[in-house]
Design a protein around this ligand. Structure first.
Ligand SMILES: [Fe+2]
Length: 177
């Protein structure tokens, strides 16, 4: 094993979902109804829903979002692929909540979507060689390679920070559908 340093520009998605004003209240309602299901046992030290909301009852809003996430991920993918959403959860940050630095290896892509935030809420910070801040804005989606380390600084705003996050990998090339 050997460490090698490369300098390379990385493509990420930062785009606004056109219909977010209709979609986001539906996502928020479900996230609030679920409450905290993870008891702070993941890197996310905030309220967190079940790990894969795409498999829960009334998951249509999450499926609508996942279609958009997949489409956007193709814009940074060097090749066409069919997705498997490994997981897709909701997060609700109150004052003092944060996410520890972590990555989502071996997921191909990870994503964060802002559901209900204010400009004073904590950003998502991508960090590898340096820092890149994804500032909170309702309807903003970011998709980035799953190996990139990231964290959320301690939330200081009293405006709750509500997000959807998760991971995508390619379907096996041996699967026909
Ligand atoms: Fe993460």
């Amino acid at each position: 094993m050997k460490d090698v340093t490369f300098t390379k520009r990385i493509k990420i998605v930062e785009s606004i979902y056109d219909d977010h004003e209709t979609l986001n209240p539906k996502l928020e309602k479900i996230i609030r109804e679920q409450g905290d299901r993870q008891n702070y046992r993941t890197a996310l030290k905030a309220h967190m829903t079940e790990m894969n909301m795409l498999k829960e009852d009334n998951s249509e809003p999450f499926h609508e979002l996942s279609d958009y996430i997949y489409k956007e991920s193709l814009s940074i993918s060097p090749a066409f692929y069919k997705p498997t959403f490994i997981d897709c959860w909701g997060g609700l940050y109150k004052v003092g909540h944060h996410a520890e630095i972590h990555d989502h290896w071996p997921a191909l892509y990870s994503f964060v979507y802002y559901v209900n935030v204010s400009e004073e809420c904590s950003p998502l910070v991508l960090t590898d060689c340096g820092f890149h801040y994804i500032k909170p804005k309702n309807g903003l989606l970011t998709v980035f390679p799953g190996w990139i380390k990231h964290f959320v600084p301690k939330q200081e705003s009293s405006h709750e920070r509500i997000i959807v996050s998760g991971n995508i990998s390619p379907k096996s090339i041996y699967e026909s559908t």
